[in-house]
Structures are given as structure tokens and as C-alpha cells.
Write a new protein. Sequence first.
Length: 278
Amino acid sequence: MSTADQRNQFDLEAARQRCMRYRRKILDISQQVSALHAAAAFSATEMVDAIYNGLMHTSSDGALTDSFLMSKGHGCMIQYVILAERGILNAEDLDRYCTPGGRLGCHPDYGVPGIEASTGSLGHGMGLATGMAYTEKFVHKTGNRIFAVFSDGELQEGSTWECMMMAANLGVDNLIGFIDHNGMQSFGNTRDTHPQFYPIREKIDAFGWETAEVNGHDAAAVFQAVINRKGGKPFMLIGNTVKGRGVSFMEGMPIWHYRSPSPEEYQQAISELGEVSA
């Protein structure tokens, strides 16, 4: 598919409906377990949707030819529900999330269909993505691309910046990264814990990447920013997001980093979760 064709293919209204459906499914799963990372998944929902349902290339039989890495492994619920909708995982996998005998855990595990690497120990994803991109571009020479989603908190890891510099040195312009910039980490705000972390975009520019910054809950803006990149360098999109997006009592609240709603909270969340507009 040509870039020109791609520009005309992303349907924002369809994306909004998908994202509402994904959030509802994650809330349904939350009632099966004592805790899960729903809020972290909700902040990345639109970006991951744009990747899987707009940006990733597929073969003639519909199989994905590009690769996806959820470096912020605690956001994996959004990846799981999308993989299930695409038929790569099945309904039973979601029903058995974090149960004995189930194959889906609270972080992604390599070997599960659709999961390219075990992630969640923050600081490893950039190195993995860089190596994967190098292999596709220079070893296999496929032209396939690597899409990777990072948390803003994991950018505090030195290994992330070392590998970011290496990616630019290697010229892996098939590496397309996304920062879920929700401004939070487990129990605090990044601006409070690491004020010198900012400005993020200028730092990444200085490491030799092409960058863009958009509203991370506007799936069409995410899509267009990637499609319109100049190329020739690895690319990083900074998506400004809200942790817990779509459920008022979850938004921006640290307590929802790892917690399941009570039955009453679940009902309130479902009732609130109408169309999530940008």
C-alpha cells in the first residue's frame, strides 16, 4: 500500500468506536482478577489502535508483516484485546488472563502469539527494538518496520538513552517509537520526581531522531504524524495522554496504577465510557 493510499484510509470514527470497545473489554476482564493495569492501558489505547489498525503493514492474507513491541509491558491489556480482535489470540485467552493455566500474564511473555518479546522490566525495550530494526533493515533486508510503545517513566533508564543513540548511529529508520507521555509513574508525577527530564522532545532530537508531538488520544493525529514523517532517521512520536483516560475516577490518580474496580466502580466506569473524543 502506498503512503498516499494510507493517508486516505484511517477512519477516525471507526477508531473511536474500537477504542471504546477495547476499554469496555479491559474493564470486563478486570472483574475476573484482583488487580490489573487498566489505567496504563487506557492512556496508550489510541496510539496502539493507530499502530495495529492503521500503520502496520499486512500481507495479502491479512497477516501482519511489521512487528510491534510493548516496551511498557504493564500496558499490555490494550495489546491483548487488539490481538484477540484480530484473531491472533482467542476469547479463552482473555477469559483466563492471570489464572493458572492461562497464557496471558500482567506483562507480555515471548512465545504467546503476537508477542515479540518479554517486556515490563523497564529499560530493555529500546535495545530490543533497535536490534530488531537493524536485523530487518540490514540482515534480512525485508523493509519491515518495528513499532514500539514506551512509557515516559522508562525514559529515566540510562539503557534507553544508550540504545536511542545507537539506533540513530545505525540509521535504523524503520524503527518507529511512541512515548505514552501520561506524566505519571507508579506512585507519582514525573515532573515532580524528575523535573530535569523535561523537555523530552528536544532531548530526543539531540540524539539524532526525528520527532513529532501530538495529542496521544487523537488516533488520527497519531496516524498522520507517522505517515508524514520525513524519514532517514528513527522516528519518535510523543503522545500526550491521560492515565486512566475515559473513566473520570481513574484519570490521573496514582491508586489506579494496579487495581481492579469494585463491582460498583465497574458499573460507574461502564456507564461513563461513552465515545472518548480527542
